[in-house]
Design a protein around this ligand. Sequence first.
Ligand SMILES: *[C@@H]1O[C@H](CO)[C@@H](O)[C@H](O)[C@H]1NC(C)=O
Ligand SMILES: *[C@@H]1O[C@H](CO)[C@@H](O)[C@H](O)[C@H]1NC(C)=O
Ligand SMILES: *[C@@H]1O[C@H](CO)[C@@H](O)[C@H](O)[C@H]1NC(C)=O
Ligand SMILES: *[C@@H]1O[C@H](CO)[C@@H](O)[C@H](O)[C@H]1NC(C)=O
Ligand SMILES: *[C@@H]1O[C@H](CO)[C@@H](O)[C@H](O)[C@H]1NC(C)=O
Ligand SMILES: [Zn+2]
Length: 306
Amino acid sequence: MLLAPVLFLFASSTKIVSGADWCYQSQVTCNHTCTGPEVWGVVSQHCNGRSQSPVNIVTRRLLPDERLNSFQFIGYQEAFHGRLINNGHSVQLDLPSSIRIKGGNLSAQYKAVQLHLHWGKDGVLGSEHTIDGEQFPMEMHIVHIKDEYNSLAEAGGDRAGVAVLGFFFEESKSANKKFNPLIIALKNITQPTNSTTLKGVSLEMFIPPQKNMTKYFRYDGSLTTPNCAESVVWSLFENTVPLSRKQLAALSQLQSSSGKQMVKTYRPVQPLNGRQVYYSGGHVALVSSVLYIMSVLVSSTLSHYE
Ligand SMILES: *[C@@H]1O[C@H](CO)[C@@H](O)[C@H](O)[C@H]1NC(C)=O
Ligand SMILES: *[C@@H]1O[C@H](CO)[C@@H](O)[C@H](O)[C@H]1NC(C)=O
Ligand SMILES: *[C@@H]1O[C@H](CO)[C@@H](O)[C@H](O)[C@H]1NC(C)=O
Ligand SMILES: *[C@@H]1O[C@H](CO)[C@@H](O)[C@H](O)[C@H]1NC(C)=O
Ligand SMILES: *[C@@H]1O[C@H](CO)[C@@H](O)[C@H](O)[C@H]1NC(C)=O
Ligand SMILES: [Zn+2]
């Protein structure tokens, strides 16, 4: 859902909902009112490229790489007022460009643009990336662009112009109170183009509670919405964000620009086409512990669907 702001601005200057607008599979109807993921190539040729996202991460094929050191999260603790918008395809929070990341073997410093979510229906099965074929209930993308660029569109022309930090969500028994400001604000933005302001929030509230965020997966891919530009350095963190089923299900109250319920807002996984997925764990010995952690993750995820 990465380029939606650009598309949205473009669309809003012409007409918000047109038959040619792209949409997710859940919004495709027999009478072809919108363009689903299988045919996004007609919206943008990039969507037919060979380095597309999301992908399925196969843990036994991960290559540990010691150069994948820890990130510096600059300004992640600082409070800001951010516009929260229903952009017709997702819910997006605009971020101040004073928020930055470096490290993590990135070739440059990147500044934050926005974050948004991908979710399922009624709180289950909604992530874009999968691990060993398992889908998480939700996935958050914090989108950053290289300092030198002024927009996501401009960064789209650079193979490493965009750095997205991806976070998986897991269902927890109790609510994650830090997410309440966003969850509560959703009822004010149920219709496309509605927006509101989240006051006094910080990125720290939305990322996993663990301090130690050194374990992540890395690969080169694309934006997961049209125009699907192959300009993204992906970092997907192993630590997950806990949310209750009720909080996860709250996303399903939003309406999309196709006129339908905004649910299952994920693109299907794309072929790797020979790309390697790296892991920051360092030693190969750590991979077995990843497999263990993943099997725990997966079994606890599975237990939620029982
Ligand atoms: C398309 O089909 C849906 C039902 O599947 C119907 O509600 C809608 O009015 C139709 N739209 C058009 C443009 O025919
Ligand atoms: C780390 O950065 C170097 C230099 O940019 C690059 O050649 C290498 O592929 C990167 N490693 C990973 C695992 O991304
Ligand atoms: C939601 O809308 C109500 C009524 O218009 C307003 O009082 C409230 O401050 C809004 N809340 C948020 C979080 O936008
Ligand atoms: C949300 O958008 C709808 C349709 O554009 C509009 O009628 C409604 O007043 C908006 N609601 C808010 C809280 O801005
Ligand atoms: C993170 O955890 C690893 C292994 O669990 C440990 O070696 C490292 O020192 C920790 N780093 C921080 C900053 O706590
Ligand atoms: Zn996204």
